[in-house]
Design a protein around this ligand. Structure first.
Ligand code: NAD
Ligand code: MG
Length: 401
């Protein structure tokens, strides 16, 4: 079997590190073409030593210079490239078979589109890029013959539970294949049972401490507000060609079922496993084969509770906001994605309180007129305007913490 070459975008992050673990466990199958990340020199050097990529690059210029110096000092063969001029090559070179898209937030859009436009296998963790650009993204996937495989655990579970004729085809009619509903599960995050009256006091440390998953800061806060499930709702619409009414959110606190697909005959297919992202990463990297992910099997005799309930929108207003935006259309989803990124960053800086994240998102959405066209320029203009509005609202709301 010839080796497959992988470029990992966001390699120093939580998904990036899990990807490198799967690659290292299966080094006879995978080689690393390029590692790309933000500013973490120490982690990047360690990863270059571990997986020996052909190229490495940090988007922060000062950090990239430090990376060059350190790799030279260690006499490592990896060549350091420039983020602005060489990123397209890292995603599009003819040697590259697949690109893991795991940069966090809107910064992931353009690099992911590079991979799509070169017709690569795109392993999509960066849900924000799809939420931001929806139809444009899916149209490009089709036009360039790219293969889009979901890494988000819920979407990977849905993908696995879909009929094989639909898997990987985002233009099929779900109902023609007997699918009646996508059941998108979520744990409810760390504040599922916390009294609402104490939400003003939620600290950053509490918000980023997810009960079941270990993840980057932004997605951890999104999980606490359940905006993450809202973004995933929009992501599911695009990945599976679903209507808003085809998708139902179900709270499942144990995170053992990662999502389900219901069929017209009453069958429900679920994908289960440990809450460990190496499972969906290994699934997508090897699809349609299966490889070792280093994940322990489930032990059913030790499982105590296994519960499900409907989400409470008073507790999770961001979820409702995102679901409503999905009904309204592309401009609305681009806007809430951008506003939310700004609001979460402000919360992490200690500038606003936890419940303010929703207020910023909702107020940004009502402030914009949403008349942007569906081109990349339109998407980027909508994203930029939403950020400016959100930043103004944040400044007004900012508190001393
Ligand atoms: P993280 O914060 O741990 O890592 C983010 C990575 O992106 C880092 O390598 C960072 O250096 C890089 N980065 C940030 N800004 C950059 C920029 N401007 N240019 C280049 N690189 C930049 O985040 P994560 O938890 O690994 O999440 C990554 C993506 O995967 C997010 O879109 C998230 O929603 C999605 N996702 C994560 C998980 C999870 O379990 N962590 C699950 C599902 C989906
Ligand atoms: Mg998820």
């Amino acid at each position: 079997m010839s080796k497959k070459w992988v470029t990992v975008l966001g390699s120093t992050g939580s998904i990036g590190q899990s990807t490198l673990d799967v690659v290292s466990r299966n080094s006879e199958r995978y080689g690393v073409f390029a590692l790309v990340a933000g500013s973490n020199v120490t982690q990047m050097v360690a990863d270059c030593q571990r997986v020996n990529p052909k190229f490495a690059c940090l988007s922060d210029d000062v950090a990239n210079q430090a990376l060059t110096a350190e790799l030279n000092r260690l006499k490592l063969p990896t060549k350091v490239i420039d983020y602005r001029t060489d990123l397209a090559m890292a995603c599009q070179d003819s040697e590259v078979d697949m690109v893991m898209s795991a940069i966090v937030g809107a910064a992931g859009l353009l690099p992911t589109l590079y991979a799509v436009e070169a017709g690569k296998i795109v392993l999509l963790a960066n849900k924000e890029s799809l939420v931001m650009s929806g139809q444009l993204f899916i149209d490009k996937v089709k036009a360039h013959g790219a293969t889009l495989l979901p890494i988000d655990s819920e979407h990977n579970a849905i993908f696995q539970s879909m009929p094989s004729g639909i898997q990987g085809h985002s233009d099929q009619c779900l109902h023609h294949h007997g699918v009646s509903k996508i059941l998108l599960t979520g744990s409810g995050g760390p504040f599922r049972e916390r009294p609402l009256s104490t939400f003003d006091d939620i600290t950053v440390a509490e918000a980023v401490a997810h009960p079941n998953w270990s993840m980057g800061q932004k997605i951890s806060v999104d999980s606490a507000t359940m905006m993450n499930k809202g973004l995933e709702f929009i992501e599911a619409k695009w990945l599976f060609n679903a209507e808003v009414d085809d998708i139902e959110v179900v709270i499942h606190p144990q995170s053992m079922i990662h999502s389900m697909v219901q069929y017209v005959d009453g069958s429900v297919l679920a994908q289960m496993g440990q809450p460990d992202m190496r499972t969906p990463i290994a699934h997508a990297m090897a699809y349609p084969e299966r490889i070792d992910a280093g994940v322990a099997p489930l032990n059913f005799s030790q499982m105590k509770d296994f519960s499900f309930h409907a989400p409470d929108f008073t507790r999770y207003p961001n979820l409702k906001l995102a679901m409503d935006a999905c009904r309204v259309g592309q401009n609305a989803t681009t806007t809430i994605n951008a506003a939310n990124e700004e609001a979460v960053a402000a919360f992490l800086r200690g500038q606003i309180r936890f419940p303010d994240i929703y207020c910023i998102n909702a107020d940004t959405l009502s402030a914009l007129t949403l008349t942007y066209d569906a081109s990349l320029e339109g998407v980027l203009a909508c994203d930029a305007d939403a950020r400016t509005t959100a930043q103004q609202l944040i400044t007004k709301r900012a508190v001393d913490v």
